[in-house]
Design a protein around this ligand. Sequence first.
Ligand code: ASP
Length: 324
Amino acid sequence: MLMRPNIILHGGAGRWTRAKHVDKAQEVVAKCTEKGMSILRNNGSAVDAVVEAVKCTEDSGYLNAGVGSVLDFMGGRSLDAGVMDGSTGRIGAVAAVTATRNPVVLARIVMEKTDHHLIGGRGADLLAFLNGLPPLPPPPPHVWERYQEAVKKLLEGKPEIYKKITDFLENYDFIRKIIEEALDTGDTVGAVAVDSMGRLAAAVSTGGVIMKFPGRIGDSPIPGAGFYASEYTACSATGIGEKIIECMVCKQLDTYYRETRDIVAAAEKTIEYVDKLVGENTMGFIAVDKNGEVVWAYNTEAMLIGYYEDGEVRTTIKPPRNKR
Ligand code: ASP
C-alpha cells in the first residue's frame, strides 16, 4: 500500500525575530523543503529526502550548517551531523568535522559504508576525503561579522579574556552569558520525512553554538538527542545541545508516541517534560509519524520551519505552538 509522503524541515530554534538574515534563511528553507518533497514524490526514500534537504541548507551558507557554520571561541569551525533510517534502525553520525562541506552526506556514508555509528575529528574528515566529498570553503562574510560582534562584546566586558586560555574557564559564567546573547538564532538545520513506503528518516547538521569551546560537541551527532527515527516516528531537534542531550528529546518523543499513538499528544508531552527537566528557552523539535502527520514544538521565542500545507510549501518563524 502506498502511503502519503511528507517532510518537514527546521532552520533552528531561537530568537529569529531579531535575526538580520531571516528573509534569506526562510527562502533557503522553502527551497530545501521543496527539494526533499520532490524526491519523495518521485518515490525516493525518506533517507534520500532528509539528506538532500539538509545538504541543500548546508550548501546555502545562510544557516548554521556546512558552509554557513558559526565560529567557535578561537574563530575555528567544527561541524556535527547525524542521520537515522527508521526502517532499518541504521545510524550514521559525525562530530567535530573541520574540513568537510557536507557533514550530513558524510554521516550517511558512516551509516551505509562503515560498521560504526559515530566518527569524529580527523578520521571523519579522512573518510570524507576518501569518498571524494568536497572540502569546507572559508566562512562567508556574514559568519565572520557575527563572530566579530560576539568577540567585541567579550572584549568590552573583559578585555583581558583572550590573554590566557585559562581565563576562559575562570570566566565561564560571563562567557556563557555572552554566548546566550549571541545565540539569537540557533540556526541549525534538520529534516524528518516519511516516504511512500511508510519508511521514516531523520537528519540534522550544525556548526554548533557560536563561541563554543573548541572541540565542543553538541546534541546533533548524538542519536536519541539531536535526531532519532524508528518505525513509528522521526524527530530532529535544535537549541542548546547540552540541554537536548540531558532530555534525549527525540527518543523521548518516540516513547510518548508509542504510549499515545498520537504525534501531537506525544509532542505536547515531550515539550512539557523538557520544560520541567531543563527549563524554558532551551529547544525545539520537528517530528513526523508513520501516517505522515507532521508536528513541531518549541519553548524558545521562535523556530524556523518549512512544511507542506494544501500541497504548497510554507515557512514560518512563529509556528503556532499547539498544532493539531
Ligand atoms: N543544537 C545545536 C548544538 O547545540 C545548536 C542549534 O540547534 O542551533 O550544537
